[in-house]
Design a protein around this ligand. Structure first.
Ligand code: COI
Length: 333
């Protein structure tokens, strides 16, 4: 089989080379480019394309050309599939696979790390120490313990469920909301409605896929309903939170902190270096200065296990399809 893998990075190459060694019959070509209208022609002559990008593939010509090259499968090396234009997928009889099981635990552990960092006021402690050389254990640094807390999870797929298990194992009360309720999860979480999760959570964490109907799901109204001691964590997709409303909520002390691994405008500045904070979008300049906010560069997923599995799971599904079998991870929308 001939596969073109877009968005290639050195750490993924290790596993591409491994696949090549174990499957000498397969022809894998790689490119650092994203898939878009300017790069789609590279896919001519291949059986399948594979991508791991956060930039939307929204130009019709991409889908039209892939179909005209005889390509049917768009194999995402990601959990999220919001970059796909589903109208064009259906129009050109294409289908999409993803890699939702590469490591739910990677993201869940990042959520735990963020929660503990904010809960224990490490942002303030580090700012006092590094910026002000202040090593005083001030009263505002006093924390609480996780088993006294209610953790609220929006979206209980693989990642949300792994997150629930971790916090439940630490003794926290875990509540959650999803369209689909899995009775097996009731061993470690209580399902409840969206508003109750917003109101009762001390730690509110988002793990839902992005679709247009839930853009700005967390906006001014939700921040007003949240406890003023609550923290919010977004390891899912930036547009789930209205960033300007978040900044206001933090400034007005409607919530106590935020950990953001994803941002609405992340394509403008993640994976880039800047000389001055003024080069960042205005809202993010404000967030970057707040000790009770932590921004990470879409790295929640970024573990050795994830990177290895995103190549292996995606390649396995491509091979299955080209051998006439059903893919394991077909995205059906
Ligand atoms: C995902 O797998 O959905 C992620 O957010 C990782 C990203 C590099 C595409």
């Amino acid at each position: 089989m001939k596969v073109l893998l877009y968005n290639m990075t050195p750490e993924q190459m290790v596993y591409v080379d491994k696949w090549r060694k174990n499957h000498p019959e397969d022809d894998l070509e790689t490119s650092e480019e994203i898939l878009d209208a300017s790069t789609v022609d590279m896919a001519k002559g291949f059986d399948c394309v594979s991508m791991m990008q956060v930039v939307d593939i929204d130009q019709e010509v991409v889908y039209k050309k892939l179909a005209s090259f005889g390509i049917k499968q768009l194999a995402l090396r990601s959990v999220g599939y919001n970059i796909i234009n589903w109208d064009y997928v259906h129009k050109y009889n294409l289908f999409v696979t993803n890699t939702p099981a590469y490591s739910p635990r990677a993201v869940a552990e990042n959520t735990l790390t963020s929660a503990m960092y904010l809960l224990r006021n490490w942002g303030q402690i580090l700012q006092n120490e590094k910026r002000d050389l202040n090593f005083v254990r001030e009263e505002n640094l006093m924390s609480d313990e996780i088993y006294n807390k209610t953790v609220g999870i929006i979206g209980l797929g693989r990642i949300g469920t792994a997150t629930a298990e971790i916090f439940s194992a630490l003794g926290a009360r875990v509540i959650g909301n999803d369209l689909i309720e899995n009775p097996a999860n009731e061993a470690f979480l209580e399902y409840t409605d969206f508003d109750t999760v917003i109101k009762e959570s001390d730690i509110l964490t988002l793990h839902t896929p992005l679709d247009p109907s839930i853009v700005n799901m967390i906006s001014a109204e939700q921040f007003k309903q949240m406890k003023d001691t609550a923290i919010i964590i977004n390891d899912a997709r930036g547009p789930l939170i209205n960033t300007e409303d978040l900044v206001d909520a933090l400034k007005n002390h409607e919530i106590a902190g935020a950990a953001l691994d994803v941002l609405t405008e992340e394509n403008d500045f993640f994976m880039k270096k800047f000389d001055d904070i003024s080069e960042l979008p205005k809202t993010y300049q404000e967030l970057a200065k707040m000790p009770n906010v932590v921004i990470t560069p879409h790295s929640a997923y970024y573990t050795k296990t994830s990177v290895k599995n995103m190549i292996e799971h995606s390649m396995t599904d491509i091979k299955r399809v080209l051998n006439g079998q059903k893919p394991v991870y077909l995205v059906e929308l």
